[in-house]
Write a protein that binds this ligand. Structure first.
Ligand code: FCB
Length: 452
């Protein structure tokens, strides 16, 4: 039986975080205001009125956090750069003091033997850009490319690969369609130009990064979509949901076209947002890798009435995380096989850029260990089936600010006491450290004759 110990030699082990969820230091060194600062101030927007103003205070405690990563024996660390630290109003020259923070972090990581993997946008748009339309406005894509160039000019000599966007689907739907996340707009399908402008931003920034000899990835939230039954109406609903969740942000990158959104009454120009030449820019040249954020599959049924062309159906009979998300490790294997079937040779090497679970406030987190082990086993089965998977970055290093859920969902390998900022490794930390060490030792060992 293939399991996690069979992951290929050279497989890269990491953890993943995001700026607004861990940094704190909201007003320091010239950082501008982001849409999340504003959103957290809205009464009722975030559970318990929490905000990321202090979060894990990583901005001051990053040395301790890098030391934890060194203890884990990581190959890579995926973090995000806060755009409002680099350009406080989203435009104009770089704020040197803001970039200095990431410069120190990058040097600290390299000294610990860890390759930095930054994400340029993990949802914290400068509020000044939101005030002029945010991602609904085409100009924001150009501003993003300018920001990407500033960050790459400062860090590109030490950072070989960059992720442009984190989960543009979640940002579109939660931030612009439903208003559950910042910037809190509830535009439903009128939000779709924010999909195209994010992809355009990716394409424009990718050109800047490639011009500097850097590798480009994107981190998409993907989910295997399962129809609730074989009935044609359920299958059609599942296809419609799949187009929105999976294809909308992946087909343009890998196939150079938008999926069929006619079930939504939306044409291929996404409400007039798409212009000539945009798709060529978005799709070329090839991505160095596709980042896959996987948490769970989605079960879809035909809608009961008018409105959206799908309805979400429950997934029963499986364990559930503290967040109440269903635990289906096999979904990761299924997802990767679907990607290969769908994109064939156009599918670049895959890196799992997020996967993990929230648990209750415990150090003895065997639930997490079981979760990670089962997902890594599923990943190993995908590599045995011939999918080129390069690495796995678990979400997350630390308990942190979980967006609209505030501090109520703990995803860390390391427990954080938010009153004292004390870090305490959980049981899963030691488990992950030992797994990485065992995998590395086995990869370095000569293979027994006739063995695998
Ligand atoms: C993902 C986000 C990440 C974190 C995890 C739990 O959708 O990218 O920031 O919140 O979910």
């Amino acid at each position: 039986m293939t399991d996690r110990h069979d992951l290929p030699a050279g497989f890269r082990w990491g953890v993943s975080t995001a700026a607004y969820q861990i940094e704190g230091a909201a007003d320091e060194d010239g950082r501008g205001r982001s849409v999340w600062d504003a959103f957290c101030e809205r009464p009722g927007a975030v559970k318990n009125g929490d905000s990321g103003r202090t979060a894990c205070d990583h901005y001051h405690r990053w040395r301790e956090d890098v030391e934890l990563m060194r203890e884990l024996g990581l190959d890579g660390y995926r973090f995000s750069i806060a755009w409002p630290r680099v350009q406080p109003t989203g435009r104009g020259p770089a704020n040197t003091a803001g970039l200095d923070f990431y410069d120190r972090l990058v040097d600290g990581l390299l000294a610990a033997g860890i390759t930095p993997l930054p994400t340029l946008f993990h949802w914290d748009l400068p509020q000044a850009l939101e005030d002029t339309g945010g991602w609904l406005r085409r100009d924001t894509a150009h501003r993003f490319a300018e920001y990407a160039a500033l960050a790459a000019d400062r860090l590109g000599d030490r950072v070989p690969a960059w992720i442009t966007l984190n989960e543009p689907f979640v940002h579109l739907v939660y931030g612009y369609a439903l208003g559950i996340h910042a910037p809190g707009r509830a535009l439903l399908l009128d939000a779709l130009p924010a999909a195209h402008h994010q992809l355009l931003a990716h394409g424009l920034a990718a050109a800047e990064l490639r011009a500097r000899g850097l590798d480009v990835l994107i981190a998409n939230n993907l989910t295997p979509v399962r129809p609730a039954s074989d009935a044609p109406a359920d299958r059609a609903a599942a296809a419609a949901y799949d187009a929105l969740h999976n294809r909308l942000f992946t087909d343009p990158l890998l196939l150079g076209r938008y999926p069929d959104l006619s079930a939504y009454g939306v044409g291929p120009d996404l409400h007039g947002a798409v212009r000539d030449g945009d798709l060529a820019l978005i799709s070329a040249p090839a991505l160095a890798g596709l980042g896959v954020n996987y948490y769970n599959p989605t079960r879809i049924a035909a809608p009961a009435g008018p409105g959206l062309p799908f309805a979400e159906a429950p997934i029963d009979g499986v364990p559930r995380t503290h967040f109440d998300w269903p635990v289906v490790p096999e979904g990761l294997h299924e997802l990767l096989l679907t990607l290969r079937e769908r994109y064939g040779a156009a599918l670049p090497p895959v890196t799992v850029t997020e996967n993990g679970c929230s648990t209750d406030d415990t150090l003895d987190d065997t639930f997490r260990t079981d979760y990670l082990a089962a997902h890594l086993d599923a990943l190993a089965r995908a590599t045995a089936d011939g999918i080129d998977v390069r690495g796995y970055y678990t979400w997350s290093l630390l308990d942190n600010f979980e967006w609209a859920e505030g501090y109520s969902q703990r995803f860390g390998l390391v427990h954080v006491d938010f009153a004292t900022q004390r870090r305490t490794p959980k049981a899963s930390f030691a488990w992950y450290r030992d797994l990485i060490a065992a995998h590395r030792a086995a990869s370095a060992a000569p293979r027994p004759a006739g063995g695998r």
